[in-house]
Design a binder for this molecule. Structure first.
Ligand code: HEM
Ligand SMILES: *[C@@H]1O[C@H](CO)[C@@H](O)[C@H](O)[C@H]1NC(C)=O
Ligand SMILES: *[C@@H]1O[C@H](CO)[C@@H](O)[C@H](O)[C@H]1NC(C)=O
Length: 362
C-alpha cells in the first residue's frame, strides 16, 4: 500500500470518528439512530400492555390523542406580543399544572387521562411534554388504517401553566376557531387536517348522560367515515336533548359537535378538503401525519429535539372497508359544501337503519 493510500485511509477514519455516530443497539436488540431513543422502546412496551389494553384503539387511545392537542395548543404568540406569557405549547404543562389547566372549561374530562398517564411518565423519568406526545403517537398507531406519527424527544420538563381560553370549544364560531388556531400557526386547511383525529373519537362530557358516544360509526378505525357522516343532514339528538356545543346527528347513538358540523359545511377555504378524504385514505393519513408534526412541536425548535420516530409502531396493514352511506341513508341526505366538486358516489350499507354503539369504557 502506498503512502498516499494509507494517508487516505487514515483521513477517512479520522473523518468517520469526527462525526459521532449515536446509533445504538438497545437491550431489546432494536437498533436506533440515537441512544436516547432506547428508553422509548421500554415505554412503548409498557404503554401498549398497560395503558392501551394490549394495543387497542379504544378509550385510552382516543383520550391520549385528544390530550396531545390540549397540551400543545396552549401557545399564543399574540399574547407574547402583548407582553404576556402565552404558554409553552407542547410542554407538559397540562400534566404539571393539572390542578389549574384541567379546570379550564374547554379541558373538561382531560383530567382522567392526565391522571392515568402521569404515573407512567414518572416511572420512566421522562418529561411530561415528551410523554404526552409519545402516548398519543403510540396510541393512534393502534387504530386500523392509522398514521405513524413523528416523535421527537427532548422537551424540557420545566413549564408554566398555560393561560386559559386558548383551547377551542365545540360551541365556538368557526371564525373564532380559525383566529385562535391561526394564532398558534395553523391555516384553516390545517384545522381540517387536525380534525381527522375526530374519526377515532367519542364524547363523554358535552352530554354527560351518554358517555362514549362516538362522532362516527367506526371510532376505532382511522377511516374517512367521519367525513361522510358529518355531511349527512342531522335528524336527532342521541341523548337527552340538545347541549351547548352539540347539533343534531344523522344516526342514533352518534354525536355531532357544532364545530365539526360548521367546518364540514364551510366553503371559504379549500372546499374539497373535507370530502376529499372520503376517496383518498393515503392522503388523509399523510395530511394528519404532517399536521401532527407541527402540533407536537408547538413552542419548540424541532431541530433541537432528537428524532425517535423509529420507536413508534408501524400500524398493522389492514384492508379498511371503503366509506359508505350508513344503512337507511341516501345521496339525498348529503349536505355537500362544494357546488363545483360533487360529493363522491358511495354505496349504501345494506340492512335497516342501525344505531351506533358507544365506545366501551376500559
Ligand atoms: C377545532 C378544534 C376542536 C374542538 C372544538 C374539539 C372538541 C372536542 C370535544 C368537545 C370533544 C368531546 C370531549 C368529551 O366530551 O369527552 C372532543 C373529543 C376528541 N377530540 Fe377534539 N376538538 C378539536 C380539535 C381536536 C384536535 C386538534 C385533536 C387531536 C389532534 C382532537 C382530538 C380529539 C379526540 C381524539 C377526541 C375523543 C376523545 C375521547 O374519545 O375520549 N380534537 N373534541
Ligand atoms: C417533571 O416535573 C414534575 C413536576 O411538575 C416532577 O414531578 C417530575 O418528577 C419531573 N420529571 C422529570 C423527569 O424531571
Ligand atoms: C333529561 O332532561 C329532562 C329535562 O331537561 C330532565 O328533567 C331529566 O332529568 C333528564 N334526564 C337525564 C337522564 O339526564
Amino acid at each position: 500500500m502506498s503512502f498516499k493510500s494509507i494517508f487516505a485511509l487514515v483521513a477517512l477514519a479520522v473523518a468517520a470518528s469526527a462525526v459521532p455516530s449515536p446509533r445504538a443497539v438497545c437491550s431489546t436488540g432494536e437498533v436506533v439512530s440515537h441512544a436516547a431513543c432506547c428508553q422509548w422502546i421500554d415505554i412503548r412496551e409498557d404503554l401498549q400492555a398497560n395503558l392501551f389494553d394490549g394495543g387497542e384503539c379504544g378509550e385510552e387511545t382516543h383520550e391520549s390523542l385528544r390530550l396531545t392537542f390540549h397540551d400543545a395548543i396552549g401557545f399564543s404568540p399574540a399574547l407574547f406580543r402583548e407582553g404576556k406569557f402565552g404558554g409553552g405549547g407542547a410542554d407538559g404543562s397540562i400534566m404539571a399544572f393539572a390542578q389549574i389547566e384541567t379546570n379550564f372549561h374547554a379541558n373538561i374530562g382531560v383530567d382522567e387521562i392526565v391522571e392515568t398517564q402521569r404515573p407512567f411518565a414518572l416511572k420512566h423519568g421522562v418529561s411530561f411534554g415528551d410523554f404526552i406526545q409519545f402516548a398519543g403517537a403510540v396510541g393512534v398507531s393502534n387504530c386500523a388504517g392509522g398514521p405513524r406519527l413523528q416523535f421527537l424527544a427532548g422537551r424540557s420538563n420545566i413549564s408554566q401553566p398555560s393561560p386559559d381560553l386558548l383551547v377551542p370549544e365545540p360551541s365556538d364560531a368557526t371564525d373564532t376557531i380559525i383566529a385562535r388556531m391561526g394564532d398558534a400557526g395553523f391555516t384553516p386547511n390545517e384545522i381540517v387536517d387536525l380534525l381527522i383525529s375526530h374519526t377515532v373519537a367519542a364524547q363523554d362530557h358535552v352530554d354527560p348522560t351518554i358517555p362514549g358516544t362516538p362522532f362516527d360509526s367506526t371510532p376505532s378505525d382511522f377511516d374517512a367515515q367521519f367525513f361522510v357522516e358529518t355531511l349527512l343532514a342531522g335528524t336527532l339528538f342521541p341523548g337527552n336533548g340538545s347541549n351547548v356545543g352539540e347539533v343534531e346527528s344523522p344516526l342514533k347513538g352518534e354525536f355531532r359537535l357544532f364545530s365539526d358540523s360548521e367546518f364540514a359545511r364551510d366553503s371559504r377555504w379549500d372546499c374539497m378538503r373535507w370530502q376529499s378524504f372520503i376517496t383518498d385514505h393515503t392522503a388523509m393519513v399523510a395530511k394528519f401525519e404532517a399536521v401532527m408534526s407541527k402540533l407536537a412541536t408547538l413552542g419548540h425548535n424541532p431541530l433541537e429535539l432528537i428524532d425517535c420516530s423509529e420507536v413508534i409502531p408501524v400500524p398493522a396493514a389492514v384492508k379498511l372497508t371503503a366509506p359508505t352511506l350508513p344503512a337507511g341513508k341516501s345521496m339525498a341526505d348529503v349536505q355537500a359544501a362544494c357546488a363545483a366538486t360533487p360529493f363522491p358516489t358511495l354505496s349504501v350499507a345494506p340492512g335497516p337503519a342501525t344505531s351506533v354503539a358507544p365506545v366501551p369504557p376500559s
